[in-house]
Design a protein around this ligand. Structure first.
Ligand code: GLC
Ligand code: MG
Length: 250
């Protein structure tokens, strides 16, 4: 079995079923040792919030960690985010203006300071008003010529990111850095911010069975052969998908 690039979201994808997670991580680390497979975690969490989850769930060290919905990339053993990625994201990004415009919408409730980042402005937004607020905000940002990525996840979290930042672009950056073909790359997720994994190219995609409606609806409207919707939940769904694509034996 040949090496592959494995990328996974954490909350409600890798994490959610402890026994299945352990089984998956054991198989992946064995594959990493034997074949040079790379393991990447890609989360909406900040670095601090990731470290709490890592300690709580005894997650193995990944080869790279992507935090803040694709806005920072940390290579194993480094405490500093990848500088090339930061330089890319800083182009055409005016955080203060973006924040001021978003702040003018009273339905957008700022998330705690710990979840804000140099390339990420985050709010809570109630699903009952989201479909009304989002187009208004988008129009306002457009009028001001601000190119921003708007990402609504889990029917509550709302992130504003630089136009060239999301989990999909971060995946492509790492895939090129490591030299994996799209066919040897697989990304797994459950919610709105994971859609970017499945929309950038032909990398293999696994949607776990417990995915949120926002992702399931998009998947049924945009079916693709390179994307698999698992029956099983959480890490068991990931194992099911890896067997389906032939990355790991079932
Ligand atoms: C994580 C982050 C939060 C973000 C959400 C969705 O929960 O902590 O800031 O909005 O993911 O991307
Ligand atoms: Mg998730």
């Amino acid at each position: 079995m040949a090496e592959f690039l494995f990328i996974t979201d954490l909350d409600n994808t890798l994490v959610g079923d402890d026994a299945a997670m352990q089984q998956l991580l054991d198989q992946l680390t064995r594959h990493r040792d034997q074949h040079g497979t790379k393991i990447v975690y890609s989360t909406g969490r900040s670095l601090t919030s990731y470290q709490q989850l890592k300690a709580e769930k005894h997650l193995v060290d990944p080869d790279a960690l992507v935090t803040g919905v694709g806005t920072a990339i940390y290579h194993q053993g480094s405490r500093e985010p990848n500088a090339d990625w930061a330089t890319l994201l800083s182009q055409n990004w005016d955080r203060e203006r973006v924040r001021a415009i978003a702040d003018s919408f009273e339905d957008l409730m700022p998330q705690p300071e710990s979840e804000q980042g140099p390339f990420k402005v985050s709010y809570y937004l109630h699903p009952s008003v989201a479909s009304n607020i989002l187009p208004q905000l988008e129009a306002k940002l457009q009028r001001e010529a601000l190119a921003v990525n708007l990402i609504y996840s889990g029917s509550k979290d709302f992130d504003l990111l630089p136009a060239n930042a999301h989990k999909g672009y971060a995946m492509t950056f790492l895939r090129n850095a490591y030299g994996f073909a799209p066919e040897r790359t697989v990304a797994c997720g459950d919610s709105g911010n994971d859609r970017a994994f499945f929309a950038v190219g032909s990398e293999r995609g696994i949607i776990v069975g417990n995915a949120m409606p926002e992702l399931l609806d998009w998947h049924s409207a945009n079916p693709a052969d390179h994307r698999y919707l698992a029956q099983a939940y959480y890490a068991a769904g990931v194992l099911e998908g890896l067997a389906f694509f032939g990355f790991l034996a079932s």
